[in-house]
Design a protein. Structure first.
Lengths: 253, 255
């Protein structure tokens, strides 16, 4: 058994005019949380779409759970689930119906108990029989993630899972993701927030101008790439960073 | 990949169940789709009917086939709308990243279109019965009518699929239905084509709605259907095949 859940080598992708990915390389270890950090339009969603078989790459190779995404998409789809950048829930169905639908599509024998269990784990039991259109943003995102867990896929992709959530809901979602990894699931997440990567990830990679410019644990990154990091913080400061900056200025005076 | 094929029908069934929920939870859709054709029927029968010479004594009988086609033409705008919304919301991406047949979500929408239009058609026939519609048709003729209407629905549904997949806005997704909605007016649906000026008449007699309307009318009134039914079938199947091939192309490209 190899212990890499995701292997990406020299990945290339262009849309009509823009060359978005210019040779991306990284690996994700089984059972770890991997955060791909990048500013708006860096190509994070493009990588997620290639890895989840929604989009074909122009060059390079990518394998998920040992299966090549281009030649064995069926096997890849058996191994993964995707929580996309935009909530992929059915607004007109109830929370429970959404989960049962996915369980049926994964051909599970007992859709109902699976749904009940997930509703319970994600604190949605009270809202289970309400239409999703009445849910708050945080509840919707939790349902979205719950739907991705149906059938216990080995690798889970979470694309900008907390964008648009208030700080409280964000903390709630983080808790969920941490629990996931504790159960041995591999989590691949993308984010624009440094703080989110800090909170969650075992390893962080930074995607910039079509390439991975840094890849390592938080401690390694802090040592290796202070200038690159500063550049990023300026664009997307985390609450913590702003806080520290203010404190720092005060102490100087 | 084998397993995705094996589960095609059960997957499609889940998809159908999903969109049927959508339909039954927004019954206003059925009402919106049926209200205009019903209003047209009332208008033509009770306001204009006296002035129209169709050679039949029961104008509701004459009118009903065209009204049914209008209802279907407006019903498919919702198919295109539902498809567009699915693409927007990202739920298709979830489906496509799952180990299910790629076309199952699409077929779910197509079946839903058939079922919801069948409901609209039944509602309108009920209203027509109240307004005095009578038919001497036997079971076989009714089955033939149902078959033609189903084929007509399928043909328009695949056009709706193309529109829904390629639209860039909600309004765009439904706009394609307007010209189709207009076709019954330049056909034998409301007045006999003999009463039209020659240019218009040539168009009216050679467009699909006229042969479909004439075939259904003949079936419902127990008259011999003659050639009309074959012309009608050829139109429906032809449009359906062309639209299907084109729609599948767009679908593969978009996904
Ligand atoms: N279908 C497409 N056609 C053309 N260009 C596209 C398409 N999808 C994405 N792009 C472009 O490719 C670049 C990368 O997009 P991508 O969505 O992967 O970025 P991202 O890192 O996920 O950004 P965000 O943080 O905004 O989600 C952007 O410049 C985007 O405009
Ligand atoms: Mg993105």
């Amino acid at each position: 058994m190899q212990n890499q859940a995701i292997q990406v080598n020299g990945l290339q992708k262009s849309y009509e005019k823009i060359h978005v990915l210019k040779g991306v390389d990284f690996e994700v270890k089984k059972g770890s949380i991997f955060a791909l950090l990048g500013s708006n339009g860096a190509g994070k969603t493009t990588i997620v779409k290639i890895l989840t078989t929604l989009l074909k790459q122009d060059g390079g190779t990518a394998a998920v759970n040992g299966f090549d995404v281009a030649s064995k998409p069926g096997d890849v789809r058996q191994s993964i689930s995707l929580t996309g950048q935009f909530a992929a829930v059915d607004e007109i169905l109830t929370g429970r119906e959404n989960l049962i639908m996915i369980a049926k599509l994964r051909h599970l024998k007992n859709p109902r108990p699976v749904a009940d269990d997930l509703l319970n784990r994600f604190g949605l039991t009270d809202a289970a029989d309400r239409r999703v259109s009445t849910y708050s943003g945080g509840m919707r995102r939790r349902l979205d993630i719950a739907m991705s867990l149906v059938g216990k896929p080995q690798v889970i992709f979470l694309d900008e899972l907390t964008t648009g959530l208030d700080p409280e809901a964000r903390v709630e979602v983080w808790k969920t993701v941490k629990e996931l990894a504790n159960n041995g699931t591999t989590v691949f997440l993308t984010t624009q927030y440094l703080e989110e990567a800090e909170q969650l990830a075992d390893r962080i990679a930074i995607l910039h101008e079509g390439k991975i410019i840094a890849n390592g644990t938080l401690a390694e990154l802090k040592k290796l790439f202070p200038p690159a990091k500063v550049e990023y913080i300026e664009k997307q400061p985390s609450l913590e960073e702003i806080f520290l900056a203010i404190i720092g200025k005060k102490e100087e005076k | 990949m084998e397993s995705t094929k094996r589960h095609f029908f059960s997957d499609m069934n889940v998809m159908l169940g999903r969109s049927m929920h959508h339909i039954f939870r927004s019954m206003d859709t059925i009402i919106t789709v049926t209200i205009t054709p019903i209003a047209m029927m009332l208008l033509f029968v009770y306001v204009l009917g006296g002035a129209i010479q169709t050679g039949t004594d029961n104008y509701v009988n004459y009118l009903l086939p065209g009204i049914l086609l209008m209802a279907i033409a407006s019903g498919i705008a919702y198919t295109s709308y539902r498809l567009f919304m699915d693409m927007q919301r990202g739920i298709f991406e979830r489906f496509h990243s799952m180990p299910i047949a790629r076309s199952a979500p699409l077929w779910g929408h197509v079946l839903t279109s058939l079922v919801s239009n069948a409901i609209s058609v039944l509602v309108i026939i009920l209203v027509a019965l109240i307004m005095g519609f009578r038919s001497s048709a036997g079971v076989l003729s009714w089955l033939a009518v149902a078959g033609i209407l189903a084929l007509f629905t399928l043909a328009l549904t695949w056009i709706a699929v193309i529109a829904g997949l390629s639209a860039t806005s909600v309004d765009g997704a439904g706009a394609f239905a307007y010209p189709i909605l207009f076709l019954p007016f330049i056909s034998s649906a409301f007045v006999p084509t003999e009463s039209m000026p020659s240019g218009v008449r040539a168009f009216a007699e050679n467009q699909p709605v006229t042969s479909i309307v004439d075939a259904i009318r003949a079936l419902l009134s127990g008259q011999p259907v003659g050639n009309d039914i074959w012309v009608a079938l050829a139109w429906c199947v032809g449009i359906m095949l062309v639209a299907y091939i084109f729609a599948m192309r767009v679908y593969k490209k978009r996904m």
